[in-house]
Design a protein around this ligand. Structure first.
Ligand SMILES: Nc1ncnc2c1ncn2[C@@H]1O[C@H](COP(=O)(O)OP(=O)(O)OP(=O)(O)O)[C@@H](O)[C@H]1O
Ligand SMILES: [Mg+2]
Length: 286
């Protein structure tokens, strides 16, 4: 007897919008889906972001580069409204985040999937509950439907049959993939990745690159990827931006960034600190 596979019976957001409330329409492709304008942020008087202007276009993969501690994670948190700017504005889906109440902000956040730095799975929950978390909390889907969606998303990231495992039983690469499955559980328009390949061997890291590309091609998502990993950046980026001392110092196609003569950019992409010290001495004399 052929059993109907659960996955094909599982409704998507597009098919059953009433089950996934509060879905916002995405802008047309190549139109801005997120904008930051003059964003400043300081912590304890120490400036981290000093006037960030950035637009993320729908359907594009933007890689954000920058040295450790330069404010990349802080920038991502502004996009989700987890951190509010001291000055400037953040807009997503045409809405100024500062004007939104709690419920509207929550709706907005549901259009995003986030793969946090270090995967950040809930240690006390099994893989099924981790991946289905948002759906259990915010959708009206039945448990059986959620299990179907979880299975489908795990299959999409190349992990099958691990629903019952606990995070501690997984390798680093598997945890990142589970985190990605969790990020796409609600069929988001935008996926934010914070260091998705850090700490993985080059081959496993490349499977994550392939997945990021697949999410863009297969699901049509906009991707914003923070990374130090230049091999990953070169493979996945439509566009690269680099943050340095709280400002964007380059915003270009990968070819343009790789060919940059800016010593701060070159020092970063070639991992050579001496290039940057040359820059500061020559910068000081000009
Ligand atoms: N909630 C916070 N409260 C106070 N300071 C913070 C907070 N979040 C970040 N910072 C500070 O802001 C700066 C930038 O941090 P952030 O985590 O964005 O760096 P990053 O570029 O993501 O670095 P890494 O590549 O190491 O992850 C750091 O000096 C950090 O200590
Ligand atoms: Mg970070």
């Amino acid at each position: 007897m052929a059993q109907r596979p659960q996955t094909s019976a599982t409704p998507t957001r597009a098919e059953r919008p009433e089950l996934f409330p509060r879905r916002l329409a995405a802008p047309a492709r190549d139109r801005p889906i997120v904008r930051l304008e003059g964003v400043h942020k300081a912590f304890d008087g120490q400036p981290v972001l000093r006037g960030i202007d950035l637009e993320f276009r729908h359907g594009e993969t933007t890689v954000i580069l920058g040295r450790s501690g330069c404010g990349k994670s802080v920038l991502l948190k502004h996009i989700l409204g987890i951190i509010r700017p001291d000055a400037g504005r953040v807009e997503a889906f045409g809405q100024d985040l500062a004007t939104l109440g709690r419920r509207d902000l929550e709706t907005l956040r549901m259009q995003f999937g986030m793969v946090f730095q270090g995967a950040a799975l809930f240690d006390s929950m099994d893989v099924n509950d981790n991946v289905g978390f948002l759906l259990y909390e915010h959708s009206k889907l039945s448990d059986a439907d959620i299990r179907g969606i979880v299975r489908e998303k795990l299959a999409l990231v190349g992990l099958e049959g691990i629903e019952g495992k606990m995070p501690e039983e997984l390798s680093g690469g598997m945890r990142k993939r589970v985190a990605l499955a969790r990020a796409i559980a609600g069929d988001p328009h935008v996926i934010l990745y914070d260091e998705p390949t850090t700490g993985l061997d080059p081959v496993t890291a490349d499977t994550i690159n392939e997945l990021i590309l697949r999410m863009q091609k297969q699901l049509g998502v906009t991707s914003i990827v923070v990374t130090h990993d230049m091999a990953s950046a070169r493979k996945i980026a439509d566009r690269m931006v680099m943050v340095h001392q709280g400002r964007i110092i380059i915003d270009d196609r990968p070819e343009g960034v790789m060919a940059s003569t800016d010593s701060r950019v070159r020092s970063f992409i070639y991992g050579d600190a001496s290039l940057e010290s040359d820059a500061s001495s020559s910068g000081g004399s000009s």
